[in-house]
Design a protein around this ligand. Sequence first.
Ligand SMILES: NC(=O)c1ccc[n+]([C@@H]2O[C@H](COP(=O)([O-])OP(=O)(O)OC[C@H]3O[C@@H](n4cnc5c(N)ncnc54)[C@H](O)[C@@H]3O)[C@@H](O)[C@H]2O)c1
Length: 260
Amino acid sequence: MGAIEGTVALVTGAAQGIGRAIALRLAADGADVALVDLNEDKLAGVAGEVAALGRKSTTIVANVSDRAQVHAAVAQAREDLGSLEIVVNNAGIVQVKPITDVTHDDLSAIVDVNVAGVVWGIQAAAKAFLEHGTKGTIINASSIAGHDGFALLSLYSATKFAVRALTQAAAKELAPHGITVNAYCPGVVDTDMWVTVDAEMARHTGAAPGATYAQYVDGIALGRAETPEDVAGFVSYLAGPDAKYMTGQSPLIDGGLVYR
Ligand SMILES: NC(=O)c1ccc[n+]([C@@H]2O[C@H](COP(=O)([O-])OP(=O)(O)OC[C@H]3O[C@@H](n4cnc5c(N)ncnc54)[C@H](O)[C@@H]3O)[C@@H](O)[C@H]2O)c1
């Protein structure tokens, strides 16, 4: 019997990468899972993987930058799966550009997903928890770039610092209701996002394809890139009863890369 047996978790960005791994880990831990993403086809694949673990899921196509869609997704998760105790605001996008070149459109686009998406996710989860008297938990995706600003990742870093701020403020507001809010800060995780980062970095710096990724991985004390499952294991802890006395925190889970 898993530590979160009988609970329901909602995970955004669940169609691939870290979100998929989190959804599968929480399912393996005993939760039913609402899978939220823009990519309907890939969501269906993850739903099949959840079923193979013996848990129920529901797939919800929604854009996290749209407040109404996020609130509707939370309501649908409760309706389809019967309750809701865990909300993981994982969906995010990256941009690689020199700060001298970023435009207002660049800023709006990344803030809409990485900041507004987390605001709506916290808000919708909190309202649902308060309405039903649920002492639930909210877990947000920050990053090593939420602790250090990285070159060519200025806007991305700014959004991930913002996630830490939102996590702290929401934790303080919601603590009196028994609701906890934490974040996870992965390092260099082997997903499509890093394929984009490597290619875009190469375009701006002239590095060979793969060289930026290799250079970052070289800096990791534990000597290897992070897997989505490394992140999911930590999120499983945050979602479970052992983390019930923790709130407002954004710990690094990066194999030893950024130290705080
Ligand atoms: N990959 C890394 O090295 C790394 C490191 C630190 C933090 N993170 C963070 O972890 C999270 C997941 O990253 P990943 O590497 O799995 O990325 P990914 O690009 O592989 O997957 C992101 C998923 O989010 C979905 N998505 C994007 N925008 C969306 C939107 N507006 N609404 C709904 N869904 C949307 C995509 O369709 C995709 O399925 C992100 O918040 C990212 O910033 C990643």
